[in-house]
Write a new protein. Sequence first.
Length: 352
Amino acid sequence: MNKCFVIAVLTLAFFVSCKNNNTEKNKIILSDSINSIEAITEKIRENPRNAELFLKRAELQLQQRNIDEAINDVKISLLLDSLNKESYLKLYDYNMIAKKSEDAKNALLKCISIFPNYDEARLQLAWLYFFVDMYIQAMQEINYIESNKQQTSNSYYLKGLIYEFTEYFNDALTAFRKSIEYDNDNWESQMRIGLILAGNGDKTSVDYLKTAVNKFPNNMEIRYNAGVVYQKFELYDEALEEYSYIIENRNNVTVSYNLKNYIYLSTAIPARVYEAYFNSGKIYLDNLKNYQTAVEYFTNAIGEYSSDNAYFSRGYAYELLKNFKEAETDYRKALEITPNYEPAIQGLNAIN
């Protein structure tokens, strides 16, 4: 399993909206007309001790991708209102976007030191431990949440991931199913159950993924994994349909600026489009024996990402089409990317 990708899709860290803990005396109701950094800055000049204004400006800074400025505004808001526990989570989110994991961790630890029973902060800390393979520490945070009787669909989902990555698959299935009991729309848990069953050779995973696709028809990650499962069980038409959906809908994703979508859009979409092209090419190459169509899909895959495997696979398709000149070129391209890449070496030996 590719952990980096599971994390990218994330797994989707779970966020809370910002709330203001200022007194009614100091609270300012922000109108829709105050929707620019300049307008908020002017309000801050008039009300320099209002934490809510700094949080609002931080959100606008993030939308403009001014991440350092956004972090600084959240810090100022906490200096003005250190008991706004949601602001610590916002500081965590922004530092994660900025790839400042140590600062993100410190924001959570500070929050927990003030609010030891704030389970959302503990869940985010558990995610952070999970990211760096500290599974025992991650599970300790989840156990604390459960002892506090504050478990949620999200906490069970993370628990399932920990079990899955430590290869306690039956426990993982139990946790994911528990997650769905708490939230029937937790698509990540539904998808992971299907993938675990598929990994065990259980063909009921096909029905599970079909149900997930029907329930979440616009979810690209579910449709990609459904394609993988269909391909595994030789349902090639169904697999190609899912890969085609990904390719055709690559741009139909709503952009937002919280952490999970920032990571998902910047990492997951391009990777899945490449894999959709590549996997389609493999089906046409290995299973349907349509070598010219395979060449076209591998060419598109290379346009997304120039991998040794894609060049080799296209070279092999050319070889089967008896286009040995193009085959040799692709085998050598694969070797440029990965010297001593054994499949490409074998391919060159076969045609020379």
